[in-house]
Design a protein. Structure first.
Length: 256
């Protein structure tokens, strides 16, 4: 996960996609451009896309982006463990050591210290980040931020596909943040769809599973409403990056 940058993600999204909406609306008399600025447009989820774009929906959810966040599944997980069902121990420079293991349907990570025999912390992973094409990192939910949300942090070990092993998560060899690296909104929304975000930087309600169609096409509520009302196939109320000029197409990608 990257260190969060200062600019607000919502503002960046509005600027990048706002320009794209404007271009997509060329030739419509400007009405769609005005509608694009309507703050009432909302995210509707990929299932709403599937009703008209079933093939695209299915194909997209087979891609790395569509599988960017998941719940650990021991039946399909690529991670490999030793004869005792645990990964080899990995130690950080600060003396804390880690192993991963599976119990039931969940992956756990355990922290110990060789110089402190009674020291142990064990937590289950709530989500896997990464399609498995390159890496698979793990998130955990910590307590409750309020009645509807929990704090989400990264775990110390990551599965590296080419190396075929679990090792310290990116950056942990420089600074071991143990189980406390916060997954801020900018981290979450570059690796995933828009989540239910609470007031704290890393507190979330429901966490989506995978980067959504709307991450690149923009919020789809107006698009869906227009089609439900018999709208034309060439709908200017949604961004199609393939129809944008190179600069605006890159702006959509450069949200991350």
């Amino acid at each position: 996960m990257r260190t969060p940058r200062p600019p607000a993600l919502a503002a960046a999204l509005a600027l990048a996609l706002g320009a794209a909406y404007a271009l997509a609306a060329c030739g419509t008399g400007g009405e769609a451009t005005a509608l694009a600025a309507d703050s009432g447009w909302t995210y509707v989820g990929d299932e709403a896309c599937a009703s008209c774009h079933a093939d695209l929906y299915t194909d997209y959810h087979r891609t790395g982006m569509g599988r960017s966040v998941s719940v650990f599944d021991p039946e399909s997980a690529p991670e490999q463990f030793g004869a005792e069902g645990a990964s080899p121990q990995v130690c950080a420079d600060d003396g804390y050591c880690y192993v991963a293991f599976v119990r039931g349907d969940s992956l756990f990570q355990r922290e110990t210290r060789p110089d402190t025999p009674d020291w142990e912390r064990v937590y289950p992973a709530s989500h896997v980040v990464g399609s498995g094409n390159a890496t698979r990192s793990y998130l955990m939910s910590v307590g409750e931020a309020d009645s509807t949300a929990a704090y989400v942090t990264e775990m110390p070990l990551t599965w590296y596909v080419e190396r075929g092993l679990l090792d310290l998560s990116p950056g942990y060899d420089q600074r071991n943040q143990r189980f406390e690296r916060p997954i801020a909104l900018e981290c979450m929304t570059c690796h995933n769809a828009q989540p239910e975000h609470a007031t704290s930087q890393n507190a979330y309600g429901e966490i989506p599973l995978g980067i959504s169609c709307e991450r690149c096409h923009g919020p789809g509520s107006a698009h869906v409403a227009a089609f439900d009302a018999g709208g034309a196939p060439e709908d200017p109320l949604i961004v199609n990056p393939a129809r944008l000029g190179a600069d605006l197409e890159l702006d959509v990608c450069q949200q991350c």
